[in-house]
Design a binder for this molecule. Structure first.
Ligand code: A3P
Length: 274
């Protein structure tokens, strides 16, 4: 694997590679890349460029914490190292392993309407197949059980969107105040307010300012302002979603409504998903 890590700050007497003191654990398609890249602008933050998949992939985990640490960027003593791997939130044994590494770690979790998240998840898989010249199933055929007409709970994107199940597992190891929950929808609309919440949560200097970002009409999202340029995320972020059969959407909404309620009461926040 080619782990790209930032070249600055380089190795010197004053810098070291350190284990992350904060991890973005999910969710997949929640805006984790934008969150990490935007946080990287902060002078007190260093981020690992690639998803590490250290705690969820047994072959990597067995290489040990020193292997993991060596894949982190160099940082000064006062800087916080952050990595993001959205698979962490949903994979079974991750929370316990993270706790074993650092029981007082801070966890960032950016959460999107579970139905939108599923469609985005599906679209990512479909695009990957299509890029290899293969065709792929319709979303409706994957998500609906042909025999019963109900939701196919074994479909991975459905499982990943059942946030209360995953959150309950994480809360066995970590207290709620170790998490900062971010709404994907609010983050996309107004990243600075959410980045300022992260600064307060991490107890670092308030550095994020509105003029660091610019809304790009073509992209439909905020991008980093670099003088006259807009530095936006790549084409795989912010894809146009396919139209889904309204009857299937209604079934999904009905399926997730009680799931979402459970999640809201678990974390004490109402995300207002439809
Ligand atoms: P869509 O492609 O479904 O719109 P992740 O990085 O976790 O895979 O999340 C991808 C999602 O980030 C995109 O999903 C998009 O909605 C969201 N996003 C949030 N802020 C963004 C930004 N500034 N630029 C691009 N995508 C952003």
């Amino acid at each position: 694997y080619d782990f790209g890590v930032d070249s600055y700050p380089f190795h010197s007497r004053h810098t070291q590679r350190r284990l992350p003191q904060c991890i973005i654990i999910g969710v997949r398609k929640g805006g984790t890349r934008a969150l990490l890249n935007f946080l990287d602008l902060h002078p007190d933050i260093q981020t690992a460029g690639r998803e590490m998949h250290f705690f969820d992939e047994p072959d990597r985990y067995k290489l040990g914490l020193n292997w993991y640490r060596k894949r982190m960027p160099f940082s000064f003593r006062n800087q916080i190292t952050i990595e993001k791997t959205p698979a962490y939130f949903v994979e079974e044994h991750v929370a316990g392993k993270v706790h074993e590494m650092n029981s007082s770690i801070k966890l960032l979790l950016i959460l999107r309407d579970p139905v939108e998240r599923m469609i985005s998840d599906y679209l990512q898989v479909r695009t990957n197949k299509e890029e290899k010249g293969k065709s792929y199933h319709r979303f409706e055929d994957l998500v609906i059980d042909k025999e019963t007409g109900g939701i196919r709970e074994s479909y991975t994107p459905v499982r990943r969107s059942k946030y209360h199940v995953h959150m309950a597992r994480w809360l066995k190891y970590f207290s709620l105040d170790q998490f900062l929950l971010i709404s994907s929808e609010r983050f996309a609309e107004d990243p600075v307010t959410q980045l300022q919440r992260v600064e307060a949560f991490l107890d670092i200097d308030p550095q994020f300012k509105r003029d660091m970002f610019v809304y790009n009409e073509t992209k439909g999202f905020y991008c980093i302002r670099d003088e006259d340029e807009h530095v936006c995320l790549g084409e795989s972020k912010g894809r146009k979603h396919p139209n889904i059969d309204p009857a299937v959407l209604a079934k999904l909404r009905a399926f997730f409504r009680p799931q979402n309620k459970k999640f809201y009461s678990l974390v004490g926040v109402n995300f207002g998903w439809p």
